[in-house]
Design a protein around this ligand. Sequence first.
Ligand SMILES: Nc1ncnc2c1ncn2[C@@H]1O[C@H](COP(=O)(O)OP(=O)(O)O)[C@@H](O)[C@H]1O
Ligand SMILES: [Mg+2]
Length: 160
Amino acid sequence: MLFLEDSQLTKIRSTNRCDSPHGISSYFVPISDVWAAKVYEFKCDRDNHFDKQEKAAEYGLGPEVGCKFEFGEGYGKKYCYITEIVEVRPRQRKGCDSYSTEYDACKQAQVEFAQKINPLLDDLVDELQDKIDFEFKDIHNNNVGFKNGKLVCIDFGDES
Ligand SMILES: Nc1ncnc2c1ncn2[C@@H]1O[C@H](COP(=O)(O)OP(=O)(O)O)[C@@H](O)[C@H]1O
Ligand SMILES: [Mg+2]
């Protein structure tokens, strides 16, 4: 994905970090069924994650990347890139009642996701190291996903 439509940029600009899936360094804003923006506070993080994800994607070890772009001014400036959306750990809907069947079903899906990834993690870590010299230290359920049935890394940060 090389170009953003105006409506997609408007969606990214108007979405808050707290209303989105997020970690320490970025938040995630879907803009179509296939593509999403990852939004960072710092250019160095965006550039570093982008470069590693681009390499990983070449080997089928990460989602595809699209364009890089920025929006905002001064301290509010944000640094972004487009990523392919992959299947990630199910998240509880914001405001979901923890005594509801919906909550229990999501918990169950989270357990199944963990069971699915556990036997595959070691190989992914080894492949990332061997193929693109990336040490995947921040290994947990929210930093991996499935692309066409293959476990991939989705978080290319340095933190452990
Ligand atoms: N390619 C992706 N496909 C689907 N969801 C994603 C993808 N990348 C990130 N996410 C979602 O956004 C969250 C935060 O992304 P992540 O890269 O882990 O950010 P951080 O570096 O801040 O930890 C993930 O836990 C996941 O829910
Ligand atoms: Mg993360």
